[in-house]
Design a protein around this ligand. Structure first.
Ligand code: ZN
Length: 393
């Protein structure tokens, strides 16, 4: 099992790299200046964005060693971001506690630092983590070698500079891009009824959007958990803002056919149902689903391959409280709590009939399962799918 899995992962990461460079990278041109001489002589810097992260690359004449950036001795390379109506903000890389670290205003910035070659340092972090905001920025770089200011005054006559600025004067234009999620990428099994075992589970709601859906979204916000909504295509256009708010809240939107027909037999009509529903969701949100749930759970090999051909996994469930029958809130809660396992997919409904029992069951289900150590995630997270994003101004 190990070898095929590794091969699949490699193929996927190659495919991702190819499309990422086309669609989710902006900027990153290397600006260069002439060497100044001295320690930590930074002669190149680039500022780009890869997916959600800003990427800054520094290039120096000689190796950028941990010792040169020792924070305790004042070593650092900083990019100063000057953004309209914001105070200029320096984001710095230093060596601290034996590791590279990104810091801004005395605080650690979550991100990664790598050294593709010893004369280069590459930083990646989400702009919001450094409190930068979407839009233009004027930037410049300052590089200070550790111990720079300790040089005895007598030697400074011939000493080469230990503090460098790039560009030597002025600034470079840069941009923090806005990230729009445009879809998700399925992989692995063509049809699933649960995710990998572990402490993660997914709430799913079918047959909306309906008049009950806004209350479901409010409850999810209150509980601080996401859900995945399998929607009926013909109900989407009239509920555009509702569907957009689902995504904004961090929920996942998915395909449940155009009009809840039984598509188990497959055929061209099934493909049209799936395609039209994705088009309706895309028109409303800019997002194209990668998950499909067959109405009535009625499925078959032809239907699954048609869903896969449209970039969607067919998703069933592992827990079914039969909430659509109105068995009472207590019954819905106890069935879910009794049947749940790690990687579980909980089926429920926010449309197709009165759904107040389902809604009322949600807080108790969430609170109890959180106490048992479960984490609620979207189905795409549960299945390990990546998102497709677009960088926009
Ligand atoms: Zn349904």
């Amino acid at each position: 099992m190990r070898a095929p899995a590794a091969a699949v992962t490699l193929a996927l990461s190659l495919a991702f790299a190819a499309s990422a460079s086309a669609a989710t990278t902006q900027g990153g041109e290397m600006h260069t200046v002439k060497a100044d001489g001295g320690s930590l002589d930074v002669v190149g810097a680039s500022f780009g964005q890869r997916s959600r992260e800003l990427e800054i690359v520094y290039r120096s004449v000689d190796a950028i060693t941990p010792k040169l950036l020792d924070e305790a001795k004042g070593g650092q390379i900083c990019t100063v971001f000057d953004q309209a109506s914001l105070a200029a903000r320096a984001v710095c890389v230093v060596r601290r506690d034996g590791k590279w670290q990104i810091r801004s205003r005395g605080e650690r910035v979550e991100g990664s630092v790598s050294q593709p070659r010893n004369t280069e340092l590459r930083l990646r972090f989400e702009p919001a983590a450094a409190k930068l905001r979407v839009g233009l920025a004027d930037v410049y770089v300052t590089a200070t070698a550790a111990g720079c200011s300790d040089q005895p005054a007598a030697s400074s006559v011939l000493a080469t500079p230990c503090e460098h600025r790039v560009p030597r004067a002025g600034t470079y234009p840069a941009r923090v891009w806005d990230v729009k999620i445009t879809g998700c990428r399925r992989h692995g099994a063509g049809q699933v009824s649960s995710g990998p075992s572990g402490k993660r589970i997914a709430l799913t709601y079918d047959d909306g959007p309906s008049t009950y859906t806004p209350a479901f979204l409010r409850e999810l916000r209150t509980l601080g958990v996401p859900a995945t909504f399998f929607m009926i295509g013909q109900q989407v256009a009239a509920n555009g803002s509702l569907v957009r708010s689902m995504l904004r809240d961090g929920n996942m939107v998915a395909n449940h056919s155009w009009n809840h027909a039984n598509l188990g037999g497959g055929g061209a009509g099934a493909s049209a149902q799936l395609r039209d529903t994705n088009a309706a969701i895309r028109n409303a949100t800019g997002f194209t689903p990668c998950l499909f749930r067959p109405p009535y759970g009625s499925t078959g090999a032809d239907l699954v391959s048609r869903a896969n051909a449209q970039g969607m996994t067919s998703v069933l469930w592992s827990v079914d409280p039969l909430d659509w029958r109105g068995p009472g809130t207590g019954s819905i809660v106890s069935t879910v709590l009794g049947q749940i396992r790690g990687g579980g997919i909980i089926l429920s409904h926010d449309g197709g009939g009165p759904r107040s029992q389902t809604l009322a069951a949600m807080p108790q289900i969430v609170h109890t399962l959180k106490r048992r150590g479960y984490k609620f995630v979207t189905l795409t997270d549960l299945l390990g799918y990546s998102e497709r994003i677009k960088l926009v101004r």
